[in-house]
Ligand binder design. Structure first.
Ligand SMILES: [Zn+2]
Length: 196
């Protein structure tokens, strides 16, 4: 039997030159984490060998390297739906892209974190969230299992004609007040508010 292989594509962001943008033309580059890292470290300027001589060339646009075209804005994200605004912290963004390239579950951790703490996507916090988060596709099952863990003896003591009438989806709705949640498709990722 053939193994089902999921084609993983690397995260990419579109970095635009802000000076060009303000002049009414869109120039920029789609970059992977590694490409962004190199561009960031070199202030968006590449050393390029032309006719045996090294020349500085802008990475984001074709303006001369001595022109003030060194401001940037992230205008698009190709990160499994994750969007972190026009001016994210670039080193944090690079680290997060690396994490997601390693394990797509980090997308859900980052999206979960972003949904209740807009703007904070510090990679260390994202890693904490990934460790502490859970997910379910059926809220009533999630609620029942959670309650059976917490109130095992109490639930066991109830006669079946009472325990059998519990509306576990409703219970799940009540429990969710203590959780941050992020829904994607039919799956809900959650983390207890006390855990973060
Ligand atoms: Zn420019």
């Amino acid at each position: 039997m053939m193994e089902n292989k999921i084609e993983l594509k690397e995260c990419k962001v579109y970095v635009a030159c802000l000076a060009c943008y303000n002049e009414g033309k869109l120039q920029g580059q789609w970059m992977t984490a590694d490409e962004l890292d190199v561009a960031w470290e070199s202030d968006w300027v590449n050393d390029v060998l032309v006719n045996g001589e090294y020349r500085d060339e802008r990475i984001l646009c074709d303006a001369d390297a001595i022109d003030c075209h060194d401001e940037w804005a992230i205008h698009d994200y190709d990160m499994e739906g994750l969007v972190l605004g026009e001016h994210p912290d670039i080193p944090d963004l690079i680290a997060l892209m690396h994490l997601i390239d390693e394990d797509p579950d980090y997308v859900y951790a980052a999206a979960l974190l972003h949904s209740f703490n807009g703007g904070d996507y510090n990679p260390d916090t994202v890693m904490q969230v990934k460790e502490a988060m859970g997910s379910y596709t059926c809220r009533s099952e999630w609620a029942r299992e959670l309650c059976e863990d917490m109130w095992h003896a109490e639930l066991d003591a109830l006669p079946a004609f009472i325990s059998g009438t519990i509306d576990w989806d409703w219970v799940g709705q009540q429990l969710e007040y203590d959780y941050y949640t992020y829904e994607v498709g039919n799956r809900t990722y959650y983390i207890h508010t006390g855990e973060i």
